[in-house]
Design a protein around this ligand. Structure first.
Ligand code: ADP
Ligand code: MG
Length: 380
């Protein structure tokens, strides 16, 4: 880390991980004049073409990590499954790292995360440590304490016939939710917060990846208010600095429960690039660099669709329906530049703006019918 003289603004931002979140962090905030250094093991990482400097190396390689830290004024990460030990040491040594690796350590373990949040009064589903025995009642949700994402590491146990995973995990009551909601919370180094509108997340039952996000959520104002209260309390409890994706359940009785917190910009906030006055990615950079938080107002109702690789498609990607989709007003397509499509791999996303929720949902149906990521072989 170069020593900043008092009042000097950070200029070089280090990003651990060069996936699509890193790519969007760069393209949404480079207008503010920052330089970016990215560390990723994949030489064709999505963020690489946009970064000023790229270090190819494992996220666990301490030499590569030292290089990143030394050459950056501030370091952040776009992935939570990284080793916190060297990051904690770096923070101790005075490097500016946001969000703090202490918070990352808490979030990485679903048991610790839920313990801390529930003790602070954040409403969460009932949970306990899995003791290796079959649960005494059903259905229950078993979650691996560490390493899960996009539904990997989560298992619904519906009856004694469902054998639990043999891994350190928690058991959670099954919440028969009406909706899954999410709130993006930004918090700066002084503790100021800015919240984005509450959105609805819709998951595809085939693969458990959130494939549609609707902003704003179709919920009564008092539910939106409660969702914001819970999300803000969670991020404040964790003393978070940066942008956080807070996943929530709206129960059948209208109660809001926290599911989990992601310590980074979140898939449920991609719509903010076009639909809000400040995108979640620019906001993250503002929050960690000490700039004022931007306004989070929604400009128009929006739907975000994830563009996943179609089932059975592997190889060089080919986007079917690209021109036709782009000809629809209010449609923005983001492709992450991944060299290979695989079934259900996140290849990009689409944001659709419109005057009303009905209009954006209608347009989203059209887009879903025509826009597909396949592999080139099908079209040769
Ligand atoms: N207690 C629960 N009751 C019902 N469904 C749940 C529960 N916990 C998780 N799920 C479902 O599984 C999905 C993934 O769980 P989550 O804890 O968010 O794991 P991941 O880290 O993979 O995102 C959730 O978005 C939700 O659809
Ligand atoms: Mg989740």
């Amino acid at each position: 880390m170069k020593k900043l003289v008092s009042g000097e603004r950070p200029r070089t931002i280090g990003i651990l991980g060069g996936g699509q979140l890193g790519r969007m962090l760069i393209y949404c905030s480079c207008k503010l004049g920052f330089q970016y250094l990215v560390l990723d093991p994949d030489p064709s990482a999505p963020a690489r073409p946009l970064a000023n400097h790229f270090i190819q190396g494992s996220l666990y390689d301490s030499h590569a990590l030292q290089q990143l830290l030394k050459q950056s004024d501030i370091t952040t990460y776009e992935i939570e499954h990284i080793d916190t030990k060297p990051l904690l040491e770096a923070e101790q040594a005075g490097y500016l790292l946001y969000p703090s690796p202490r918070l990352l350590k808490v979030i990485q373990d679903k048991w610790v995360q839920k313990e801390i949040l529930s003790k602070a009064g954040v409403p969460v589903p009932r949970f306990s440590l899995f003791d290796g025995q079959n649960p005494s009642n059903y259905p229950m949700v078993q979650k691996s304490r560490r390493g899960g994402y996009d539904g990997r590491g989560v298992r619904v146990l519906r009856s004694p016939a469902d054998v639990p995973m043999d891994t350190p995990s928690i058991l959670e009551e099954f919440v028969p939710f009406q909706k899954e909601l999410a709130v993006i919370v930004a918090r700066d180094r002084a503790g100021n917060t800015a919240l984005y509108p509450v959105v609805e997340m819709v998951f595809n039952p085939d693969h458990n990846i959130c494939d549609t996000v609707l902003a704003p959520a179709r919920i009564p104002p008092q539910v939106a208010e409660e969702a914001c209260r819970v999300a803000r309390l969670a991020v404040e409890t964790l003393d978070g600095v940066g942008v956080f994706g807070v996943e929530l359940f709206l129960t059948a009785e209208g109660k809001v429960l926290l599911n989990e917190v992601a310590p980074r910009p979140h898939n449920s906030g991609h719509y903010t690039i076009e639909a809000c006055l400040t995108s979640q990615f620019e906001q993250h950079i503002r929050a960690i660099t000490g700039l004022p938080l931007g306004a989070t107002d929604l400009i128009q109702p929006a739907v975000m669709l994830n563009l996943l690789g179609e089932p059975g498609e592997t190889g060089v990607p080919f986007v079917e329906g690209f021109e036709e989709s782009l000809s629809i007003p209010g449609v923005s397509i983001h492709l992450y530049g991944k060299r290979e499509v695989r079934p259900f791999r996140k290849m990009g996303h689409v944001t659709i703006l419109g005057a009303t929720t009905e209009e954006v949902l209608r347009k989203a149906e059209t887009i879903r019918g025509i826009l597909k990521v396949r592999s080139v072989k099908e079209h040769l």
